[in-house]
Design a protein around this ligand. Structure first.
Ligand SMILES: Cc1ncc(COP(=O)(O)O)c(C=O)c1O
Length: 392
């Protein structure tokens, strides 16, 4: 069989760090162990039934068996605008300021290809969601990392970025509530972000994947709530986490019209729009009853409290996460992140994601997803306690 060589563009793509983790976990399962997998970010609960029913009905309508309009149905964009008005009091023009995406991941990767030329510079959070790097690699652009440190509440310290770097930057990625650190952002921070981007003339992409998941009664701030945000950036919102729709692949970008136009342009060449019935169900999710979202957040709070309380009991000094469904836990002295994660898998049969997979500054942490039942999370914490690593 002949092997065809990959293009230089493909060869630039970074290694999928977490593929290794999935393999290791599968190996332990194949050995017959009862593995508790807290290493991934795949919501475990089902999509609310009214959304599933909307899909069922819409899938029977022959109009949805045809190609959908290239840039998505206008009723979905109107639903997005209604959602942003209701949730954040932000006014969006459905025609010019919204692009429908095949999941946030696709949009985040496309954005670098839309806005960066080879050699251009993008500012990225470290630690951060790995797919930002994929888009930058495809665009053959360069990266400068902004460390997210505990002492700064995991927000980048803009005063530590040199003016040379800021002048060269074309794009900045941010994500709050944050994966992997579970930190949240304040309006002051976003105001500062807008002011700096205006001064240095780069585009800000705020990944709002966990926009609905504030755990202490505080509603996470939308970037677009800061005055002038639309002048310099876009926000990416996915239905994956808010409505447990990760498998449905539906998200949208909102904000700066020139960036939205670029996203629509690249997508016109890559795809026709999403299956119409999915667009219909997404509109039903955004404009319908939101009680299921509050119930979901309440579930994560119960899980978080049970898990963190048990970790404290076993002597692991951790801070309770404020947003997302992740916990970002410091590894005990004497361990590297990967070594610690491997040890938990081998000895406790608990999968956690090693922090270094999210960037250099993720070293010293592991990320736990609160994506199993309260009982299983407590069981995982107890199994870790039995290893007697922590002093009680
Ligand atoms: C920070 C962040 N952005 C984007 C995504 C991808 O979302 P989607 O399912 O819409 O592709 C995820 C999913 O894990 C995420 O954690």
């Amino acid at each position: 069989m002949r092997t065809f060589e990959q293009s230089t563009t493909l060869k630039r793509l970074p290694e999928q760090f977490f593929a290794k983790l999935v393999k290791k976990a599968q190996y332990m399962k194949d050995q017959g162990h009862d593995v508790i997998n807290l290493g991934q970010g795949n919501p475990d609960l089902p999509t609310p039934s009214h959304i599933v029913e909307a899909l069922q009905h819409a899938s029977e309508d022959p109009i949805n068996h045809k190609y959908a309009p290239f840039q998505g149905h206008s009723y979905l964009k109107e639903a997005v605008a209604e959602f942003y008005k209701k949730e954040y009091d932000v006014t969006i023009d459905p025609d010019k300021e919204i692009a429908i995406l095949f999941g946030a991941k696709a949009g985040l990767v496309e954005l670098s290809q839309c806005l960066l030329n080879p050699g251009d510079l993008a500012l990225l959070p470290d630690p951060g969601y790995p797919d930002y790097l994929s888009g930058i690699a495809l665009a053959d652009a360069e990266t400068a990392f902004m460390p997210l440190l505990e002492k700064n509440n995991f927000l980048p310290d803009y005063s530590s970025i040199s003016s040379n770097v800021l002048e060269k930057a074309k794009l900045m990625f941010l994500n709050y509530p944050n994966n992997p650190t579970a930190a949240t952002a304040t309006k002051d921070f976003f105001d500062e972000t807008v002011a700096l981007a205006k001064e240095y003339n780069y585009c800000v992409v705020h990944d709002f994947a966990y926009g609905a998941i504030g755990l202490d009664g505080e509603k996470p701030q939308s970037f677009l709530q800061s005055e002038g945000a639309k002048d310099i950036g876009v926000e990416i919102y996915t239905l994956s986490k808010t409505y447990n729709m990760a498998g449905w692949r539906v998200a949208f970008a909102v904000g700066n019209p020139s960036v939205i136009e670029s996203i629509n342009l690249i997508q016109d060449h890559l795809y026709v729009s999403l299956f119409g019935a999915i667009q219909h169900a997404a509109a039903a999710a955004l404009t319908g009853e939101q009680t299921a979202v509050q119930q979901l957040v309440d579930t994560y709070v119960v899980r978080r409290d049970a898990f963190v309380t048990t970790l404290h009991k076993i002597g692991w000094d951790v801070t309770a996460p404020k947003g997302t469904f992740f916990a970002w836990l410091p590894v005990p002295d004497g361990y590297a992140s990967e070594e610690f994660a491997d040890m938990l898998l081998e000895k406790a049969h608990v999968v956690v994601a090693p922090g270094n997979g999210f960037g250099e500054k993720g070293e010293g942490y592991v990320r736990v997803g609160l994506l199993d039942s309260e009982e299983r999370l407590v069981e995982a914490a107890k199994r870790i306690g039995e290893l007697d690593i922590f002093t009680k």
